[in-house]
Design a protein around this ligand. Structure first.
Ligand SMILES: *Cc1c(COP(=O)(O)O)cnc(C)c1O
Length: 421
């Protein structure tokens, strides 16, 4: 969508006035600078802001714990025994899945390992894993350690996708070519749905299809995609996915993570690490020795879950359900396209955006390269109470989040950046 933007302050104010979702900002605490003014917060891709009603949701559980002790498992207003189920429907809507396909459990890297235990099953020559070269380090450690765990060699058996010479992002056609080339040797494609560094959203539907065509499994780390992209994991036939909830999903530091396993695998007898929360709910307290997997992704649960973390996630998801992913995505496109316009108007000689221009290949984040910049620039931005993120050697990542960032935030950011470069 190309709008005829203009660079004036009045125009930004007008966009805010006409923004149907503007009032959602009121539902969040926006951090303040020492003078008491709201900071320009652009790191919702790193830690989402706190919904004002989160405290209430957690307090409910504290109060029930105080009043009921162990009986809270069954008698709390929101009983703890099935508590994780209270987030299932919303979580399913956020990632485009069926309820049987999603669960909130553990943390992200833990879930990635649990999924690979089941979905990375090398056999003979089919043993390679494919990942993007510039993947988040934790993901690289996870796939390399899985290779080693199976006696494979991370040097030879990890295919790392790199952009073409002089380019920053991967072309879908190149990813698909690499998958075809790897063919029978490829066991698993595991990419970050949205690359944390460039902000590129990979075309998961096409990549999944290409992986399936050669007999490989497709799984994704959606840390930067969940709550940011209008995902359709079920329709895209993704085999598994994992994500954290403290970034775009605003569930607080170290929040409980999510996992997706496609319905196609719901009753397959996959090898998995087992724990009592994954066994048939009717039998859980019979303390039997045989594990009887719950159909669907719930069977990957190991432990009884952290209720306070789930309460915080619930608080945040309730806001997402009020808006709906589609509306949210609409605003996100507009907000990011406006920020892109403002940043570009600083001038090609000074600034380059490495995030794809194609709106179907990005979420809200823009990764901005500043010519001849060093970390000083970032410090100067911080001094002006812009909270952004600096990645060596010269990239500033900014994520205007449609739930709480305004057009004026973007206007202010671009104006400050222009002054500084
Ligand atoms: C944020 C992020 C992580 C962090 O992992 P945790 O297990 O939540 O600490 C891992 N991978 C990616 C791609 C991320 O963006």
């Amino acid at each position: 969508m190309k709008l005829n933007h203009n660079p004036t302050r009045e125009y930004a104010e007008k966009l805010d006035e006409n923004d149907e979702l503007a009032s959602f900002r009121e539902k969040f605490y926006i951090p303040k600078d020492p003078e008491g003014n709201e900071v320009k917060y652009f790191t919702g891709n790193s830690l989402g802001l706190q919904p004002k009603h989160t405290e209430q949701y957690i307090k409910q559980e504290l109060d029930d714990w105080a009043a009921l002790g162990v009986e809270g498992h069954t008698d709390a207003k929101n009983p703890w025994m099935p508590y994780h189920e209270f987030v299932t429907d919303s979580l399913a809507k956020v990632v485009g899945a069926k309820p049987i396909e999603v669960v909130a459990m553990n943390t992200l890297t833990v879930n990635l390992h649990l999924m690979m235990v089941s979905f990375y099953r090398p056999e003979g020559d089919r043993k390679k894993i494919m990942i993007e070269r510039d993947a988040f380090p934790s993901d690289i450690y996870a796939v390399k350690s899985q290779l080693k765990f199976h006696g494979n060699d991370p040097e030879n058996d990890l295919i790392m996708l790199a952009p073409r010479e002089g380019e920053f992002t991967l072309r879908t056609e190149d990813i698909i070519d690499e998958i075809k080339k790897a063919g029978d040797n490829l066991a698993l494609v595991m990419l970050g749905g949205v690359n944390y560094y460039t902000g590129q959203f990979f075309e998961l539907d096409k990549i999944t299809k290409a992986a399936h065509d050669i007999g490989a499994v497709a799984g994704f780390d959606l840390a930067h995609a969940a709550g940011n992209i209008d995902l359709k994991l079920h329709d895209w036939n993704v085999d598994f996915a994992v994500w954290c909830t403290y970034k775009y999903l605003n569930a607080g530091p170290g929040g409980i993570a999510g996992a997706f396993v496609h319905e196609n695998h719901a009753t397959e007898k996959l090898p998995r690490f087992e724990g009592w929360w994954g066994t048939d709910k009717k039998e859980r307290f019979l303390m039997k020795d045989e594990f009887n997997a719950i159909p669907g992704v719930e069977s990957w649960q190991l432990s009884n879950p952290p209720i306070f973390q789930l309460a915080a996630l619930r608080a945040s998801l309730d806001i997402f359900m009020e808006v709906g992913m589609q509306k949210l995505k609409e605003k996100s496109r507009k907000l990011t396209s406006y920020l892109e316009y403002m940043v570009k108007s600083i001038g090609k000689d000074k600034i380059e955006i490495i995030t794809p221009e194609d709106e179907n290949q990005r979420g809200c984040q823009l990764s901005i390269r500043v010519k001849d910049a060093d970390k000083n620039l970032f410090k100067e931005l911080s001094d002006k109470h812009v909270i952004a993120d600096w990645r060596e050697p010269d990239v500033i990542r900014v994520a205007p989040v449609p739930l709480y960032n305004s057009y004026m935030d973007c206007y202010r950011f671009a104006t400050i950046l222009k002054e500084l470069v």
